[in-house]
Design a protein around this ligand. Structure first.
Ligand code: HEC
Length: 418
C-alpha cells in the first residue's frame, strides 16, 4: 500500500519534471500578468514584453532581473506587511523563467484560449469633471539625466467641492517616471508656473488639502463609500514630475482628471507627514549627512485618536538605503507598517493595505531610516560625496513617511481597499 503510493508520487513528479516548459503554457501568463502593463509600446518599460519574440529576445536578461528581484519593481518587504496590488513573483514563477531559459526558450503550441492582454489607457472612471493640464508641453532634454520639475496648476470653481477620485495621466509614459500631486488652498487664483526641482518655500508651506502620487503601472483609486476629500473653491495643484533620463529630446503634457461627487463625504481623508519638510515630528538626530557617512535616523509621533490608514508613502531621495516603520500600541503590540530594505528613489510607491488598517489611539509610530552618503553608493549625486542637509531639493535629503488616514470607525478592518 505504502509502496504503491510512493511509486505513484515518484511517477507524478517524474512526469511533471519531464514536461517541457513552454512560452505559451508557462511563461506568457506570468509575463502578461506581471510585466506587460509597463512593457508595451509607449510605456515606461524600455521594450515591449508581449509576444514570444519580444520575450525570447530578452530571455537571458529576464532571467537575471527576476532572480535579482529587480523586476517587477516592488520595494516593500511582503512578509513584513502584505499590500494590495503587490508587483512580485513567487519563487516558483522565478524558477520557471530560469528553467525555460536553460531549455533554450521553447515556444510551444498556443493554448486554446491564448490571448494577449488588453489595457485601457484612457480614464478609469469615465468623463472627468475637471481636467488640469500643463498649458504647453514640457521639453525633457535628451541629456540622459533625471529631471524633476514642479508645475503649479491653478484652478477656480464656483464652490468648495467634494472629490471622489483624482487620476494622474502621464502625457508621455516613456519619460514620466513618477509624479506627486498636492492640492493647495489659496485665497485667489495664482498664475501658472513651473520650477526646476522645487517650488519656493512660501508655496510649499501653504495649507495642503490632499496629497497623492503615481508610478508606472499604478492604478488610480476610489475610496470606500463616504471617504473622499474636499477641494477649495480657489486652489492650485502642485504637480511634481520626475522624468527618467532620456537619450533623445522628449515632450510631455501630463494631466490630472478630477472626479467630483454629490454623495456626502462624511469621512474626510487626512494626509500627514512624519519627518522632514513640514512633518509633524523631526528626525533624531537632525538629518545632516557628512561625506563618507552611513547613519541611521529615527522619528516618532503619537497618534492622538483611533485612525484607519489607507496608504503609506515612504519618501527619501538618492542617499536613502532603508526605511522601516511600525506602530506600537499602548498595550505594547507592534503593528508592522512598511519595511523597505533596499530603497530605490526611482520606485516611490503608495502602499495600500488590503483592508483599512487600524492604528489605535495613543499608539506611537516609529520610523527608522538609513542613509548612505559614501562614494560606494551608486545613486550618490555628489562625487566625491558632499555634506547633505534636509531639504526638498533633489540634492538635499528627505526622510518622511506620508500617511493617508480617516478617523477609525467600527468594522474598518474588514473593509477592503480597491
Ligand atoms: C511598474 C512598471 C514595470 C513592471 C511591472 C515591469 N517593468 Fe521591467 N522595467 C520597467 C522600467 C521603467 C525599466 C527601465 C529601467 C528602470 O527604470 O529601472 C524596466 C527595465 C526592465 C529590463 C531591463 C533591465 C536593464 O538593466 O536594462 C528588463 C529585462 C525588464 N524590465 C523585465 C521585466 C520583467 C520580466 C517584468 C515582469 C516580470 C517587468 N520588467 C515588469 C518597468 C516595469
Amino acid at each position: 500500500m505504502r509502496l504503491s503510493v510512493l511509486i505513484a508520487l515518484a511517477f507524478i513528479s517524474l512526469t511533471s519534471e519531464a514536461q517541457e516548459i513552454t512560452f505559451y503554457h508557462d511563461i506568457a501568463p506570468i509575463i502578461h500578468k506581471h510585466c506587460t502593463a509597463c512593457h508595451r509600446p509607449n510605456k515606461a518599460g524600455p521594450f515591449s514584453l508581449i509576444t514570444y519574440d519580444d520575450v525570447a529576445k530578452h530571455s537571458k536578461m529576464i532571467e537575471y532581473v527576476t532572480q535579482t528581484h529587480y523586476m517587477p519593481p516592488w520595494k516593500a518587504d511582503t512578509i513584513y506587511r502584505k499590500f494590495l496590488d503587490q508587483r512580485i513573483l513567487n519563487q516558483h514563477e522565478i524558477d520557471l523563467f530560469s528553467k525555460w531559459v536553460k531549455a533554450n526558450s521553447p515556444e510551444g503550441a498556443k493554448e486554446k484560449n491564448y490571448s494577449e492582454p488588453v489595457f485601457y489607457d484612457s480614464s478609469a472612471f469615465g468623463k472627468p469633471d475637471l481636467v488640469l493640464k500643463l498649458s504647453e508641453p514640457f521639453r525633457v532634454k535628451g541629456n540622459n539625466r533625471d529631471t524633476v520639475v514642479f508645475f503649479e496648476l491653478p484652478y477656480q470653481l464656483t464652490n468648495d467641492t467634494n472629490v471622489m477620485a483624482l487620476e494622474f495621466v502621464p502625457g508621455n509614459p516613456r519619460v514620466v517616471h513618477h509624479s506627486n500631486t498636492k492640492v493647495i488652498y489659496t485665497e485667489f487664483v495664482p498664475p501658472e508656473h513651473c520650477w526646476d526641482f522645487m517650488a519656493p518655500d512660501s508655496i510649499l508651506d501653504m495649507n495642503t488639502v490632499y496629497y497623492d502620487g503615481w508610478v508606472p503601472g499604478a492604478f488610480p483609486r476610489v475610496w470606500p463609500e463616504g471617504i473622499g476629500f474636499r477641494i477649495p473653491k480657489y486652489g492650485m495643484v502642485l504637480l511634481q514630475i520626475h522624468y527618467a533620463p532620456s537619450p533623445i529630446e522628449e515632450f510631455d503634457q501630463s494631466y490630472l482628471n478630477v472626479y467630483f461627487t454629490d454623495k456626502k463625504i462624511y469621512r474626510r481623508l487626512d494626509v500627514f507627514n512624519i519627518g522632514t519638510s513640514g512633518g509633524i515630528a523631526e528626525p533624531e538626530p537632525e538629518l545632516v549627512l557628512p561625506p563618507e557617512s552611513i547613519d541611521t535616523f529615527w522619528v516618532k509621533a503619537e497618534v492622538a485618536k483611533d485612525l484607519s490608514y489607507l496608504y503609506l508613502n515612504p519618501h527619501m531621495h538618492r542617499l536613502g538605503k532603508e526605511m522601516k516603520a511600525f506602530a506600537v500600541t499602548p498595550e505594547n503590540d507592534t503593528i508592522p507598517l512598511v519595511w523597505i530594505k533596499d530603497w530605490d528613489y526611482r520606485w516611490q510607491d503608495f502602499y495600500k493595505p488590503e483592508t483599512m488598517l487600524k492604528i489605535p489611539e495613543c499608539s506611537v509610530i516609529h520610523v527608522f531610516a538609513v542613509f548612505d552618503n559614501t562614494a560606494a553608493n551608486p545613486a550618490n549625486p555628489c562625487n566625491p560625496p558632499c555634506l547633505v542637509r534636509a531639504g526638498a531639493n533633489t540634492s538635499e535629503e528627505m526622510m518622511s513617511l506620508i500617511i493617508a488616514s480617516v478617523p477609525y470607525e467600527n468594522g474598518d478592518e474588514i473593509i477592503p481597499l480597491k
